[in-house]
Design a protein around this ligand. Structure first.
Ligand code: ADP
Ligand code: MG
Length: 288
């Protein structure tokens, strides 16, 4: 089931944990935010049946567990699968209330790491999506070479879909900032477009994450999205807003988006409508 070229690309939507919880808290979510995003996702799923996957950030479920793991215990990451499943279940219940055919997937049972990297059984996901089911995913701990459990952070989960489809997919990461900000936490400009080769230059703008963050916050996101973009995915970082009337614009080509929407786009090719040269980072060499 490759995405049909006449339709919009397959959409992988990641909702950052910062949008529905405080990662320093343990197992607490903002139910109002979960319900509001569930309504927006239900509307999106109607517009893109079988062509949407949801990934939840770990937030107050994943991060406290990931931070308290004993690194000397090769099986120590196991509690992460339970914590993240409990969170996926919260999303599933909220989406079922909105009449979405949502199903949570424990990635540990369909993915693993071998010496080359992530391997997975895509057939179940494929069948589910062909049946109009919305997969609800999150980060997880995966069995690695020699049985050691290794964490797959939620920012890296879209790799499954990048590998699964031969046509480019769109990966949208909603978080608590309007994109990658330049010039430190007080900067007012965001990168509008980043070519994957500009990685080193953009890294200078990533500031240290909070102590509770187990996945290097924006640094982890940038790493993951750059890898997907190299493989021809079109990736976006946007600020989530649970009060938006709709997220359907995410299915449209970026040049049709309202000019009020701020984002950082990471892709192999720039889009024609971006005119502000200062916002472009095409290659590492054009950074002063
Ligand atoms: P999420 O819950 O969506 O995964 P994260 O906290 O992991 O959110 O990542 C977003 C955070 O990344 C921001 O709140 C910010 O503190 C941090 N960050 C670090 N460098 C940057 C940057 N250059 N631009 C924007 N955010 C940055
Ligand atoms: Mg994060």
């Amino acid at each position: 089931m490759d995405p049909d070229k006449s339709q919009s690309p397959f959409l992988v939507l990641k909702i950052g944990g910062s949008l529905f919880s405080r990662k320093g808290h343990k197992r607490r979510v903002n139910q109002r935010a979960i319900s509001a995003y569930a309504r927006l996702i239900a509307d999106l799923a109607l517009a893109a049946p079988g062509r949407l996957a949801l990934i939840s950030g770990g937030g107050s479920f994943g991060h406290p567990v990931a931070k308290s793991l004993d690194p000397s215990d090769p099986f120590g990451a196991l509690p992460l699968t339970e914590a993240n499943f409990a969170l996926k279940w919260i999303w599933t219940v909220a989406l079922r209330k909105e009449k979405v055919l949502a199903v949570p997937f424990q990635l540990m049972s369909i993915c693993a790491f071998n010496l080359e990297g992530l391997v997975f059984q895509s057939e179940v996901l494929r069948l589910a999506m062909e049946a109009g089911i919305l997969p609800v995913l999150s980060g997880d701990c995966l069995i690695g070479p020699s049985g050691t459990l290794t964490i797959l952070p939620s920012d890296k989960v879209p790799e499954i879909f990048v590998s699964m489809f031969s046509d480019p997919v769109r990966v949208v990461t909603l978080t608590d900032v309007p994109g990658i900000v330049k010039g430190g936490p007080r900067g007012s400009q965001t990168y509008r477009y980043i070519h994957p080769d500009a990685r080193e230059a953009v890294y200078q703008d990533i500031w240290e994450g909070s102590a509770w963050d187990a996945t290097r916050s924006m640094g982890g996101k940038l790493d993951a999205l750059i890898e997907f973009a190299r493989r021809d995915a079109e990736c976006f970082i946007l600020k989530g807003n649970m009060n938006l009337p709709s997220l359907r614009f995410l299915l449209e080509s970026v040049d049709k988006w309202s000019s009020e929407i701020l984002y950082t786009r990471i892709a192999l090719a720039d889009s024609p409508q971006v005119t502000n040269q200062e916002d472009r980072v095409s290659t590492a060499s054009n950074i002063g």
